[in-house]
Ligand binder design. Structure first.
Ligand code: XMP
Length: 534
């Protein structure tokens, strides 16, 4: 984990700052809040580029970035616990505006000398914010009273003289505070969540009005910068090997790299044996056929399935798959006469969810393209999308002229069907899952639901159930259907799809996927569940 974190924050190859200008970043320092990524999303929606780093990022690095503004996230810790994460005092003196959210606000208050900074007073849920003083943060917000979302365990009871209150709520006398010079601000509520309707405006105001950002960053503006970066990094001779997963991320990354260096990009599609039905053929048609990007298909299913035999633990599966992928790629790289670089479609959320900042942001799943990388991988990584969120990647894809069949394609996890088979992965169980999953794909497409759903797929459960078919008792497998709506995969809601469609799915799956006698629909959102079952 350490090394993944280092690799991320060291941003190898100069992919750290997207714009190529080092003076334009809004820095988000993460204290481990589950919402930190949402802060980044809201800032980018205001067309301002930002990056998330751990709260203890070295002060020299912070200064070198010359941030235009700093946002301190919330966090799960209590300031009153021993070892609660704290900020180096110099961060508040970098000279740019700082906004502390929830825990971030307590940190500011403490640094400014709050006496007993507060008490344990849990507050979770909707609250009414009352704006008491005009402030740049609240510009354009008409009503004095606003609905906001609170989620905290501590409360500030007395603010130090350097701070003044600018808003209160029923429960918090200091729901928003600022220093008299207006450089430091703190808010108790969470502006980044959808439950705070004025939140996007508040964060937008912070980056535009307080920090003075123009708001002209767009994913499209990124394409030219990315092309130049890739060319500079790879040089005039270098070759890149790119693993395609079939999903939108690796496809967009491949097209971007291809545009930068042409046929010095070699795309490899590994048939892991863990693919959805028809996937391999589709990739051949799109890449080799339509895009005219050379594609070699490597059938490594025996290798993958052999190594997965008897493995039940999800993280163990993911690590095996990650390592095996890299092994296959390295062999391929030699076969094409020595590629020095490995292209990957890694996205920003992949990196963040895989990195643990000294505890607070718990590791949820190791994404195979980050956490699973062997320590001494011999290929250097090219990850042109590593700063982007999914919908930003889609925008880049459209900018590159890719069709909807690639850009709007639903995400597919690198470890493939292995994380949709709970329990052991065998050829028979894969076949069964594929038959059921194909029906889900067909029906969702026929119902025209593709654009509404983030993902819809089948999952094979590790249990058998009793049923009756004809006159006989059956004892067969259970399939779960997962269909979710989401804008970025970080949070998701289970889709309220038409019961008639559910009925068709259950009817077809039990009839056509022999070996299944029961179908259930997953009605869990993320959180608390994740989208994939493993
Ligand atoms: P979870 O299951 O964590 O998934 O809620 C969030 C999104 O990420 C996809 N996913 C992956 N993508 N490699 C990937 O490239 C992976 O290891 C991986 N695991 C999950 C998942 O399909 C969903 O869209």
């Amino acid at each position: 984990m350490e090394s993944a974190a280092r690799a991320h924050f060291a941003a190898p190859g100069g992919f750290g700052i997207v714009s190529g200008r080092s003076d334009f970043v809004i820095l988000i320092l993460d204290f481990g809040s589950q919402y930190t990524q949402l802060i980044a999303r809201r800032v980018r929606e205001a067309k301002v580029y930002c990056e998330i780093h751990p709260y203890n990022l070295a002060i020299e690095k912070i200064r070198a970035m010359r941030p235009r503004g700093i946002i301190l996230s919330g966090g799960p810790a209590s300031l009153y616990e021993a070892g609660a994460p704290d900020l180096a005092p110099e961060v508040l003196r970098v000279g740019c505006p700082v906004l502390g959210i929830c825990y971030g606000m307590y940190v500011i208050a403490q640094h400014l000398g709050a006496r007993s900074a507060g008490s344990r007073a849990r507050e979770y849920g909707a609250a009414t914010l009352v704006i008491d003083q005009p402030d740049a943060l609240f510009e354009g917000i008409a009503a004095r009273e606003q609905l906001v979302w609170m989620s905290h365990g501590d409360r500030i009871e007395a603010i130090p003289p350097a701070l003044e209150a600018i808003a209160h709520s029923g429960n918090s006398p200091y729901a928003a505070v600022r220093t008299r010079d207006g450089l430091l601000r703190g808010i108790q509520f969470h502006p980044e969540v959808a439950h705070t309707p004025c939140g996007a405006q508040v964060l937008g105001n912070f980056v535009r009005k307080v920090c003075g950002e123009a708001g002209d960053w767009t994913p499209a503006a990124l394409v030219e910068t990315k092309l130049a970066e890739i060319r500079a990094r790879v040089g005039s001779e270098g070759r890149v090997l790119m693993g395609l997963s079939g999903g939108v991320d690796s496809s967009v990354a491949a097209v971007l790299i291809h545009r930068a260096i042409g046929d010095r990009l070699r795309c490899v599609f590994v048939d892991t044996g863990l693919l959805r039905a028809g996937e391999r053929e589709r990739m051949e048609t799109v890449f080799a056929g339509r895009l005219k990007i050379a594609l070699s298909v490597v059938d490594a299913s025996d290798l993958f399935l052999g190594r997965l035999a008897g493995v039940l633990d999800p993280e163990h599966k993911r690590r095996i798959i990650g390592h095996t992928f890299i092994e296959v790629f390295e062999k391929e790289a030699q076969a094409i006469g020595g590629a020095r670089f490995l292209g990957q479609g890694t996205l920003y959320p992949d990196l963040i969810e895989s990195v643990s900042f000294k505890g607070p942001s718990a590791v949820i799943k190791s994404h195979h393209n980050v956490g699973g990388l062997p320590e001494r991988m011999r290929l250097e990584l090219i990850e042109p999308l590593r700063e982007l969120f999914k919908d930003e990647v889609r925008a880049v894809g459209r900018e590159l002229g890719l069709g909807a069949d690639i850009v709007d394609r639903e995400p597919f996890p690198g470890p493939g069907l292995a994380v949709r088979i709970v329990g052991e992965v065998t050829r028979e169980r894969l076949e069964l899952l594929r038959r059921a999953d194909r029906i889900v794909m067909e029906e969702v497409e026929a119902a025209g639901l593709g654009a509404r759903l983030w993902q819809a797929f089948a999952v094979l459960l590790p249990l058998k159930a009793v049923g009756v078919m004809g006159d006989g008792r059956t004892y067969e497998s259970v399939i779960a259907i997962r269909a979710v709506e989401s804008s970025d995969g970080m949070t998701a809601d289970w889709a309220r799809i038409d019961p008639a469609l559910l009925a068709r799915l259950s009817g077809r799956i039990t009839n056509e996927a022999r070996g299944v006698n029961r179908v259930v629909y997953d009605i869990t959102s993320k959180p608390p569940a994740t989208i994939e079952w493993e």
